[in-house]
Design a protein around this ligand. Structure first.
Ligand code: KIV
Length: 276
């Protein structure tokens, strides 16, 4: 697969149509999670194409073990913070567990809230065949939907843990069918999480809409990372597919230690920090 860089043709505003054009031209794009105004503004200015307010919010912001407890109210709140900062990026709000599985009607109602109250440009939900009716109805209401197949963290208890998907022939066919189902139902892009690179390549070549990989190898149309992994803000273990581009955790820790030390020994505040 030949790769074209998008920098020369970078659009003023990323839309579902511009992402589709990128796939046709073989231009890659970058998605990153964001949960607040400050980081969303930095990422938007840095050229991140899609800002995902992921339900990884539960893990990296709220300190939960899974994404399951995240609520629609919490996602709406964080999506609004991110949307305020996004001058160029497409903002995608992740639909929390339980907000789209019960019925397509409820899925539409909740997606509408993410757009109306959270200012999302699009929503994301996990699954393929089972959620196809919900995808169709949400798209029918005028809201673009991003699919998500492979390792779907909201099904963690059904999957029996955070494990790579699609390793056997049967599992491969299942993941491919899920991706096709999401695309056929009208999804404008599909996240491929934790699967062999050759399966992600096959899916990317088989469906018309862009794929966005996380732990799915180099041949997807886009890539996504969780911002805390990218910036070194997590504590301890991180998956093999993560690349840490900075260690803000160590910098923040050093800054806080210096502050504590200077307050304790009377060095801060100095005269230039005081009103006269
Ligand atoms: O919630 C999230 O951050 C996600 C990405 C990892 C794709 O779903």
């Amino acid at each position: 697969m030949s790769v074209v860089t998008a920098s020369a043709t970078r659009e003023q505003r990323v839309t579902v149509r511009s992402l589709a054009r990128r796939k046709c031209r073989g231009e890659r794009f970058a998605m990153l999670t964001a949960y607040d105004f400050a980081f969303a503004r930095i990422f938007d200015a840095a050229g991140v194409d899609v800002l995902l307010v992921g339900d990884s919010l539960g893990n990296v912001v709220q300190g939960e073990e899974t994404t399951l407890p995240v609520t629609l109210e919490e996602t709406i709140y964080h999506t609004r913070l991110v949307a305020r900062a996004a001058g160029r990026a497409l903002v995608v709000g992740d639909m929390p567990f339980g907000t789209y599985q019960v019925s397509p009607e409820e899925a539409v109602r909740n997606a509408v809230r993410l757009v109306k109250e959270g200012r999302a440009h699009a929503v994301k939900l996990e699954g393929g065949r089972d959620v196809a009716p919900a995808i169709e109805r949400i798209v029918g209401a005028g809201i673009p939907v991003m699919g998500h197949v492979g390792l779907t963290p909201q099904s963690i208890h059904k999957l029996g843990g955070f494990r790579v998907q699609g390793r056997t022939e049967k599992a491969r066919a299942r993941v491919l069918a899920e991706a096709k189902a999401a695309s056929d139902a009208g999804a404008f892009a599909v996240v491929l999480e934790a699967m062999p690179a050759d399966l992600a390549r096959e899916i990317t070549q088989s469906i018309a809409v862009p794929t966005i990989g996380i732990g799915a190898g180099p041949d997807c149309d886009g890539q996504v990372l969780v911002m805390h992994d990218l910036l070194g803000l997590t504590d301890g273990w991180s998956p093999t597919f993560v690349k840490q581009y900075a260690n803000l955790g160590a910098l923040a820790s050093q800054a806080a230690r210096s502050y504590v030390e200077e307050v304790e020994n009377g060095k801060f505040p100095e005269p230039e920090h005081c009103y006269r």
